[in-house]
Ligand binder design. Structure first.
Ligand code: BGC
Length: 766
């Protein structure tokens, strides 16, 4: 056991270390602007709050989804008419799923011109990876490890959404997850807290920019607080039961990063955590987020999650759920319709204090003022501007750029790739190759079906080759998949023969296989991680006809494509890459873009290995004691090794890592340097990664943890010395009381191109 050298309270971490470290130009600009504007916003909030009746205050805490065609006749009866009446009475603070500047203007006009106090609505929408023009799904984008590209992607998404009337996105999702069965891994940054924190920062900066009141930026929302990604057995909405160490060291860091980047809202989550539904957790919302982290924005519930506390059986009925959620610090009710119906009575009965309501309303009004909605409630409602911005060249170029950077080359035996540009016969096979909807991925409600560039279209732009195309097996359309879930690529193999026929006459076969865009996402957990439907059989049938195959995977989660890894010479992980998907894939296949992506999640060999992740604990029996021994931590039917490790990805060039050195630069800071050389024939980019192992600690630490990375571009034979700085932020960890501590002792570092990096050195923190 080691001595605690530095014992730092959680507060000092949140306000000190992390905030200094992460403070970028954007944060600084925001901070100085804030200091001059804060006091005036605060006094405006107070002045308004003083004028509000209890009903109007509760109204600010109520969010409704779009409920009628706003530019059509107003609803006269039923639920819709009631919601409309509420809007007029100032009993609605926010609406979601109203889009288009004309529609937003129409609802905003009712709130502003017909309600007593004219408080503008905050208009939210799930701008998860773009609005109408889509970037890659977030998991894919995370594979770029390129923070500038990720920030730009969020920035153009914000610009396009804002031009369509939206001023608040329910993104970024910063839930760490180690379980590929969970469909929502597509929406996050993968399995790692450190990478996830950097990406959370980039996304918040991208959405919110330096000025929230600009008409190009929107408020962001860190979700789902907390631990939604740790649902048991990867089944969506399932129970979460985790210890303090995982909560503080793995789950919280990306949320802290988002908070420090200035995120203005948080969303709580559907899951219970250690017996308490997150929506009703005072520990998470009041104690951690609002008190310890000092978050002064507001928390929105997840869709209907206040009401779900009844199904969780924490609350007897909706009224009790309302009492628990409001007292726990859940500020806005998304679509449970409970705050608006129950909160006034609960205050009158003394079960919820009016100060609780005031605190929530202050937070909501604060964000509305920051967005500039009071100055001009229609600033997001300019139809001419909307026409110019939505689908613009600038936005399409940005999403193409990040799409290329998201592609990961998993295998390239005999340099099958890049494809030759002339004189080749190429067989393109797979229904996904000709699909213009699936590449949009899930969480794309603003985009229209059929608006992605397909792989077929992308490849057709390269005219020097002869291209044959066959689907091989039919895929059902996006909407059908949405409705029927996994009823995909059923059992019809009658088209295989056409696919094998074109494979036979081709020099090289490109097969686009994987998951449809709607096979991952919310409610889309899977118990198997192979290629769905008859695709594995199609792959094997084509392989028999021509084994010179490039397999292009389209998927929203890691897949266990073990057979493919053993047989197929080239494998490209192309996820669901958004609007420009086919162009990005074609440019990589033809070598116009040298792939540089690295996996943000471990790929398993078999679903039985899941959850599988690189930063595991040692256990008491980590290694086989002697050949053939049984009693150590392993499976008897499969290796502990993943199919592809976290951080892994190839390039059309090769890189070497040499000359690792460590220097104690200050008392508790160490500089690790290494020489990275491009040893191949073409220019390429490499993500150099540093992993740290705390050799012994009072609370067991993982075998290694990512603590630094740098994306480096090098010409052939070019070398660069890369330095990583390790400070107390990287050397310390949270103990089981939730305190951040730094312990003296030995540390080992590993530097290389993935989490199995072997170049190593050691140092001692005295
Ligand atoms: C999801 C949230 C989303 C919300 C609004 C919920 O089902 O869990 O992430 O923001 O719906 O669409």
């Amino acid at each position: 056991m080691k001595r605690n050298r530095y014992y730092l309270l959680v507060l000092s971490i949140v306000f000190g270390l992390f905030s200094c470290k992460n403070e970028s130009k954007n944060d600084l600009a925001l901070n100085s602007k804030n200091s001059t504007e804060n006091s005036s916003i605060e006094s405006k909030v107070e002045a308004l709050l003083n004028k509000m009746t209890l009903e109007e205050k509760v109204g600010q805490m109520n969010q409704y989804t779009g409920f009628w065609d706003v530019t059509g006749p107003t609803p006269k009866e039923g639920n819709q008419a009631l919601k409309y009446e509420h809007l007029k009475k100032g009993l609605v603070g926010s609406m979601i799923n109203v889009t288009g500047s004309k529609n937003v203007r129409a609802v905003q006009k009712i709130a502003v011109e017909e309600s007593r106090l004219g408080i503008p609505l905050i208009i939210g929408f799930d701008v998860i990876h773009g609005f109408k023009t889509l970037s890659p799904i977030p998991l894919a984008e995370s594979a770029s490890w390129d923070m500038d590209a990720i920030e730009l992607s969020a920035k153009v998404a914000a610009k396009e959404a804002a031009a369509s009337g939206i001023n608040w996105t329910f993104a970024p999702m910063v839930d760490v997850s180690r379980d590929a069965r969970w469909g929502r891994v597509m929406e996050g940054a993968g399995e790692d807290a450190y990478l996830g924190s950097k990406i959370a920062t980039a996304r918040v900066h991208g959405f919110q920019g330096a000025d929230l009141s600009s008409k190009e930026t929107i408020a962001a929302c860190a979700k789902h607080f907390a631990a939604y990604g740790f649902a048991e057995s990867g089944k969506d909405y399932n129970t979460v039961d985790i210890g303090t160490s995982t909560l503080y060291n793995v789950i919280f860091p990306p949320f802290i990063a988002a908070k420090n980047a200035g995120v203005r809202t948080f969303m709580n989550s559907f899951n219970e955590i250690n017996g308490i539904p997150a929506t009703g957790s005072a520990f998470l919302q009041r104690e951690i987020l609002k008190k310890q982290w000092g978050f002064d924005g507001f928390i929105v519930s997840d869709w209907g999650s206040i009401n779900e506390m009844v199904a969780h059986r924490q609350a007897k009925n909706g009224k009790e759920a309302t009492e628990i959620a409001a007292n726990a610090g859940s500020d806005m009710d998304m679509e449970s319709h409970l705050y608006v119906s129950e909160l006034v009575n609960l205050v009158n009965e003394g079960k919820v204090k009016e100060s609780v309501i005031d605190d929530a309303v202050r937070r909501i009004l604060r964000v509305k003022f920051e967005l500039g909605l009071f100055e001009n409630p229609y600033k997001y409602c300019d139809e001419a501007y909307e026409k110019d911005v939505v689908g613009s060249k600038e936005i399409n170029e940005a999403v193409l750029d990040v799409a290329k950077k998201s592609i990961v080359l998993l295998k390239n035996e005999n340099n099958v790739l890049p494809l030759k540009k002339e004189g080749q016969k190429i067989a393109l096979i797979g229904a996904l190759a000709d699909d213009k909807t699936s590449p949009l991925g899930n969480w794309r409600i603003g985009a229209e079906d059929g608006t992605a560039v397909s792989v077929l279209e992308g490849m057709q732009k390269y005219k020097g080759n002869t291209l044959f195309f066959e689907k091989g097996a039919e895929f059902v359309s996006g909407e059908t998949v949405f409705a029927k879930e996994l009823n995909i690529n059923v059992s019809d193999k009658s088209e295989f023969i056409k696919a094998t026929a074109i494979a036979k006459k081709a020099d090289v076969v490109v097969m686009v296989l994987g998951e449809h865009g709607y096979q991952s996402g919310e409610g889309r957990s899977r118990s198997s991680l192979g290629l769905p439907g008859v695709q594995q059989e199609l792959l094997e049938a084509v392989y028999k006809a021509n084994s010179n195959i490039v397999l292009v995977l389209n998927n929203g989660r890691p897949l266990a494509v073990t057979w493919a890894d053993e047989h197929i010479p080239a494998i490209v992980e192309a996820w669901q890459l958004g609007t420009q998907s086919g162009n990005a894939i074609a440019q990589v296949l033809y070598g116009d873009y040298n792939p540089s992506g690295k996996l943000p999640m471990t790929f398993p060999r078999s679903v039985g290995q899941v959850p599988i992740y690189y930063n595991v604990k040692s256990t008491g029996r980590p290694n086989m004691p002697a050949p053939g021994e049984v009693f150590w931590s392993h499976y008897s039917d499969i290796t502990n090794k993943p199919l592809y490790p976290f951080g892994y990805g190839l390039s059309y060039t090769t890189f070497s890592y040499t000359d690792i050195n460590v220097k104690n630069v200050k008392d508790n800071s160490f500089e690790i340097s290494v020489t990275l050389t491009n040893t191949g024939n073409v220019t390429g980019k490499e993500v150099a990664q540093l992993y740290l192992k705390d050799d012994y600690a009072s609370v067991t630490r993982p075998v290694k943890e990512l603590k630094g990375f740098e994306l480096v571009k090098l010409n052939p034979n070019e070398s660069k010395t890369i330095t990583f700085l390790l400070t107390e932020n990287e050397l310390g960890f949270y103990n089981n009381q939730g305190d951040f501590i730094v312990e003296s002792g030995d540390f080992t570092v590993f530097v290389g191109g993935d989490s199995e990096a072997e170049l190593t050195t050691k140092f001692e923190l005295k």
